[in-house]
Design a protein around this ligand. Structure first.
Ligand SMILES: C[S@@+](CC[C@H](N)C(=O)[O-])C[C@H]1O[C@@H](n2cnc3c(N)ncnc32)[C@H](O)[C@@H]1O
Length: 399
């Protein structure tokens, strides 16, 4: 029982000294149907320090705030009687973990942290966080977090990327029509990190009625992601085996996503979004081989040969040219486009994201865009670009 006494002491002290960062109760074996975890932290509400309790059920969260005194009692009762078998208490500078063994006794250990944790008492900020917290089962199943919901050290970059992704998209997602259920297709979903996060954000934070399909040609990834989605209780998130080129949506797509799909697969995805008049199209292009091959073909013939003789500049030209043409074609179909840096280029050079929101366009504007496209192609000596060909625009400078 020594560890239990240590727990009570550390709990009292970290509440009194405002050092309680987070308390996680897990491995629930009690009577309450669907209850999985309890998370407790200190929050400041209207200048008063409170304890915030988040009861995580399979399909929902229930949050209750208590005064410090009441919170302490509720917590001790939860640890004593409620049926949780694992407790992790994190203060700014110490961490205590205890598990209930087969003899119904607590066993565990306490350690001083080598690096102090940060304490965030901001209640509103907490609400605004894009992914509500790191303790959801899908994050653990995707091997981003440990069983207590702590992000693994080697998964910090991915965790940042996921949150940044939701951050970038949040205003566009908030602009989507909100009188209907949303149908989202994520093409080339891979291991699904971003697909899961998007579904979670839309469903749990924005409370949208949403269905998300991840399209992926690797059967193993499709099976893995479907298992994780089922375990997380994400009933409207499914992964389908297939190629982007051949994907046939059985309902209109509202949001089309393709992140890091190879070369012209990005064009195939954009094309499907345009055809379906998707309200939002988001792509993070990967390689740009098709246009690069075109540039290689003409490299000695245009004025840019002094630059394009260098492989690395040729690569950058191919990227800028391809993605500018994609943005221009999206404009042609009435999309307002933003081109931004997705992840820091410290991590990958493939870090551009195009976010396109559907608005309107006049015929005059379309003609101007076609003219721009034609001149751009002419300047670079580019025969065609794959999206342009799919859309049958075939822009040519008028002679
Ligand atoms: C680099 S991963 C990106 C995964 C995820 N979208 C992300 O950004 O984290 C690209 C994924 O797309 C899949 N993929 C590439 N081309 C595809 C195609 N034409 N049809 C279906 N899946 C494709 C690959 O198997 C791979 O899993």
């Amino acid at each position: 029982m020594a560890i239990y006494q240590d727990f009570i002491e550390l709990l009292k002290e970290s509440i009194k000294d405002r050092k309680l960062v987070k308390l996680t109760l897990s491995q629930y074996r009690g009577q309450e149907i669907g209850l999985k975890n309890l998370y407790v932290k200190l929050v400041e509400i209207k200048r008063e320090l409170k304890m915030s309790f988040v009861y995580r059920y399979e399909t929902r969260d229930i949050t209750k705030n208590f005064s410090l005194r009441e919170g302490f009692d509720v917590l001790v009762e939860a640890v004593h009687f409620k049926g949780f078998r694992s407790v992790v208490l994190q203060s700014i500078d110490e961490q205590l973990e205890m598990q209930m063994n087969k003899k119904a006794e607590w066993a565990g250990s306490k350690k001083v942290l080598s690096e102090s944790k940060e304490l965030n008492l901001n209640h509103d900020k907490q609400k605004e966080r894009k992914l509500q917290d790191a303790s959801k089962s899908y994050l653990h199943d995707l091997k981003l977090t440990d069983s207590a919901g702590q992000v693994y050290k080697n998964a910090q970059d991915k965790w940042k990327q996921i949150n940044h992704y939701i951050e970038i998209l949040s205003s566009s997602l908030n602009n989507l029509p909100n009188d209907q259920s949303l149908r989202i297709v994520d093409m080339g979903a891979g291991k699904g990190y971003l697909t899961f996060a998007l579904y979670d954000y839309l469903q749990s934070t924005l409370k949208r009625d949403v269905s998300v399909v991840g399209v992926e040609f690797r059967q193993d990834l499709v099976e893995l992601c479907n298992r994780i989605a089922e375990r997380a209780g994400f009933q409207q998130l499914h992964f389908e085996e297939g190629t982007i080129e051949n994907y046939q949506a059985n309902k209109k797509i509202d949001v089309l996503i393709a992140l890091h799909a190879c070369d012209t697969a990005t064009d195939d995805a954009i094309y499907k979004g345009i055809q379906d008049e998707a309200s939002l199209i988001v792509v993070a292009p990967c390689c740009h081989k098709q246009v690069r091959r075109e540039l290689e073909r003409v490299k000695v013939k245009n004025d840019l040969d002094f630059m394009t003789q260098y492989g690395v500049f040729m690569e950058r030209h191919a990227e800028m040219l391809t993605d500018s043409i994609r943005a221009l074609i999206l404009n042609y179909y009435g999309y307002e486009t933003k081109v931004m840096q997705f992840i820091s280029d410290q991590h990958t050079p493939k870090n551009v994201m195009i976010v396109a929101e559907r608005k309107t366009v006049s015929t005059e504007q379309q003609l101007i865009i076609l003219e721009k496209l034609a001149r751009l192609k002419d300047y670079y000596g580019l025969g065609y670009q794959h999206l342009e060909r799919l859309c049958q625009l075939n822009a040519e400078v008028s002679k």
